[in-house]
Design a protein around this ligand. Structure first.
Ligand SMILES: *Cc1c(COP(=O)(O)O)cnc(C)c1O
Length: 375
């Protein structure tokens, strides 16, 4: 039977195998595994691609968020506003640093943070906002930055899912996702749009002082060798991963094109199906489709997913539970019903396979299998 996994990293690797194998061999030959030339080269190329002054590579996307918050010198009890519909890492680092996560609901069409809800959640203790560019399209950054300016707040973009997406500001400028707020964070987890072959992450900023502080934080809070002025962490991108990422970066735009092709194929096929709502893209962003997520209407979602599995087609639920209903994050401030959009999405969304290696036959097979169940 045909197998359609969520991602096809082997197919993608096979197309760039000679380049990648050479790059890995080069790192092995010069044995500079940590902070080697490959890391500096990738850092410079990513800065150039993003149009940002500073990229600070680190060990993963979760660390990127944590380092950003440490560098901003947020204090226990400070409130950080983020969305109730995201991967746990976003809220996890807030909690780990003894900051207070303040959750707000998302918009029903884009699943991204609701700016009006942000403003309602602001208190004198609010210090930062963490919008998440969920599934591959930007949050409404003009609105977020306007609120941040008004209340003097930091903005940390969680850009783990939208690297390469363009944001079109009302002032006419076009910026890359993750370069609009004070700090942007990303993950190079293998299945992300720019994924390495292990763990990796990076932090972006245009602010020289913040960049310097983050370089200190990722390196044990060390300013002068063996003199530790801050409590830091050990968070590094290794040279092998950087060498791989440097090659994949050259293909990032064409990877986004391939993802958009698949998404448009799905969109067309499901456009007239009243049981499925296809993903909407906001006017101010393009979409790099980290996930292709549909909202079901009057459908037994589990039965649909089981049907797809019986045809060899993977699917997944991002995310089944809102942050406010996660056991580890139960909080007397929040109860069931507080985030109605998030809760409705958790019950109805599912994501189809999307990656860079589809052919039309496979996409048609997925579409036919979905529609067969719904007819
Ligand atoms: C993947 C992801 C992260 C964390 O990245 P890791 O590299 O796995 O630590 C953070 N936020 C979001 C929205 C993500 O999708």
């Amino acid at each position: 039977m045909k197998q359609v996994p969520m991602v096809d990293l082997v197919g993608q690797y096979n197309k760039i195998k000679p380049e990648v194998d050479n790059a890995i061999a080069e790192v092995l030959t010069n044995a500079s595994f940590i902070n080697g030339p490959a890391v500096k080269k990738f850092q410079a190329n990513l800065e150039n691609y993003l149009g940002i002054k500073h990229v600070i590579p680190c060990a993963n996307g979760t660390d990127a968020l944590q380092v950003a918050m440490m560098a901003l010198n947020l204090q226990p009890g400070d409130e950080v506003i983020t969305t109730s519909f995201t991967f746990i890492a976003t809220a996890e680092v807030i909690a780990l640093l003894h900051l207070t996560p303040v959750l707000v609901d998302v918009l029903p069409d884009t699943y991204n943070i609701d700016p009006a809800a942000i403003e309602r959640a602001i208190t004198p203790k609010t210090k930062a906002i963490v919008p998440v560019h969920l599934f591959g399209q930007c949050s409404d950054m003009d609105a977020v930055m306007k609120i941040a300016k008004k209340y003097n707040l930091f903005v940390i973009e969680d850009n783990a899912q939208a690297i390469g997406a363009d944001y079109h500001s009302k002032d006419g400028s076009v910026k890359k996702a993750g370069t609009i707020g004070h700090i942007g964070c990303t993950s190079f987890f293998p299945s992300k749009n720019l994924g390495c072959y292990g763990d990796g992450g990076a932090i972006f900023t245009n602010d020289d002082a913040l960049a310097a502080q983050m370089r200190v934080v990722v390196n044990h809070g060390m300013v002068v060798r063996y003199y530790h002025d801050y409590v830091g962490v050990n968070s590094r991108l290794d040279s092998i991963q950087a060498a791989i990422l440097d090659i994949k970066l050259k293909h990032l735009d064409e990877y986004a094109e391939a993802r958009r092709f698949a998404a448009e194929f799905y969109n067309k096929a499901f456009a007239s199906c009243d049981k499925l709502k296809t993903p909407a893209t906001a006017s101010f962003t393009n979409h790099v489709f980290h996930q292709y997520t549909l909202v079901t209407h009057c459908v037994n979602r589990q039965n649909l997913m089981d049907h797809l599995q019986s045809k060899g087609i993977s699917s997944a639920i991002y995310y089944p539970v809102g942050l406010h209903e996660q056991k580890a994050y139960v909080d007397p401030r929040y109860k069931k019903g507080d985030f109605p959009v998030t809760e409705a999405l958790c019950k109805t969304v599912f994501s189809l396979p999307i990656h860079t290696e589809f052919d039309v036959e496979t996409l048609q097979y997925v579409v036919d299998s979905v529609l067969e169940f719904l007819k």
